[in-house]
Ligand binder design. Structure first.
Ligand code: DOR
Ligand code: ZN
Length: 335
């Protein structure tokens, strides 16, 4: 049994820089047509020169002309119209992080209110630059995304021409507001379709499943599955694959991030097959994102076969999700 996925897209990916970039880039560039590359380096990507030189390093590391890195800027509320106008041809979107909410986000925004972000968001609306958002408040960790919902609603209402992507949604509350605002969209990760907080901390602590936003309740996972498996047209796949060295994960201050890039397609096929929804995977993995962002990716066909794939214990110094376990599907060819 085989399935062919056309032009897979990862609409939320961390590739890092230097040795880590060299170690992980190909694991996405081989099997994906394009990916949105997140800008949370240290220091973050905030200038046009940063974007251009980071893209060059990504291109070199991905060793693949049939992979397009879709570059982003790290949101700052002093970006003005002229700057954004010049940046537009080099970027695909801008990523907004609340300050300190996750890995390398200390230079993010302290207060997300429409008034203080008005000039930048109006310029982005006019220039049609999408806004990708890490939507978490500073509250209790399980409530952070729920508490961010009014902020999403406020932004969507005050900037109706701005395309707003709720990144890596993890709750039913986020799923519920998607259809209320025409300019709200969402990405969903692989891991949030699979795990709940029980998998992370219900038994022995699993540092390689620790991420931000933290995995939530069963009813939340159900709401995400419902969106993804039915290929809701405002929802796209964004792995949030976030590599950290093993010693940064297995330490007394565990870094947030799940590394899924090398297993994403195989596990998505297994998941959609299990729910008898294989026919919807093409939309979730590519077609929806093309429509939402209005772009045409480089053509790539990935054939997966129902043949076991043993996930390597490690990729260099990074431990992937399902390390050492047997998956039902493997990638048999890419053209
Ligand atoms: O778990 C996460 N890891 N969530 C994020 O938002 C950032 C990411 C990272 O960069 O490691
Ligand atoms: Zn991320």
């Amino acid at each position: 049994m085989q399935i062919i996925l056309k032009n897979p897209l990862d609409m939320h990916l961390h590739l890092r820089d230097k040795d880590m970039l060299k170690a992980v880039a190909e694991l996405s560039s081989k099997s994906f047509s394009a990916a949105i590359i997140m800008p949370n380096l240290l220091p973050p990507i905030t200038t046009i020169e940063d974007v251009i030189s980071y893209k060059k390093r990504v291109d070199e590391a991905s060793k693949n002309t049939s992979f397009k890195p879709l570059m982003t800027l790290f949101f700052k509320n002093n970006y003005d119209f002229e700057f954004l106008k010049s940046a537009k041809e080099h970027i695909f979107a801008i990523k907004l992080y609340p300050a300190g909410i996750t890995t390398n986000s200390q230079d993010g925004v302290n207060s997300i209110d429409s008034e203080s972000l008005k000039d930048t968001l109006e310029a982005m609306s006019e220039l049609e630059i999408p806004l990708c958002v890490h939507g978490e408040s500073e509250g209790f960790v399980m409530d952070r995304e729920k508490e961010f919902v009014p902020i999403y609603e406020n932004l969507a209402t005050n900037f109706p021409k701005l395309k707003i992507i709720m990144e890596h949604i993890t709750t039913k509350d986020s799923a519920d507001i998607l259809d209320k605002y025409p300019n709200l969209y969402a990405t969903i990760t692989l891991h949030h379709l699979l795990i709940t907080l029980d998998d992370v901390a219900g038994g022995m602590l699993k540092p390689h499943l620790f991420c931000k936003p933290i995995a939530k309740r069963y009813e939340d996972r159900e709401a995400l599955l419902n969106l993804a498996l039915n290929a809701h047209p405002k929802v796209m796949f964004g792995s949030d694959s976030a590599p950290h060295p093993q010693d940064a994960k297995e330490s007394c201050g565990c870094a947030a991030g799940v590394f899924t890039a090398p297993i994403a397609l195989q596990v998505l096929v297994e998941l959609f097959e299990k729910h008898s929804k294989l026919d919807n995977l093409q939309k979730f993995i590519s077609d929806n994102a093309q429509k939402i962002y209005n772009f045409e990716p480089i053509s790539k066909s990935v054939t997966l076969e129902k043949k076991p794939f043993i996930v390597p214990d490690a990729y260099g110094e990074v431990i992937p999700m399902y390390a050492g376990e047997k998956l039902k599907w493997s990638i048999s060819s890419i053209s």
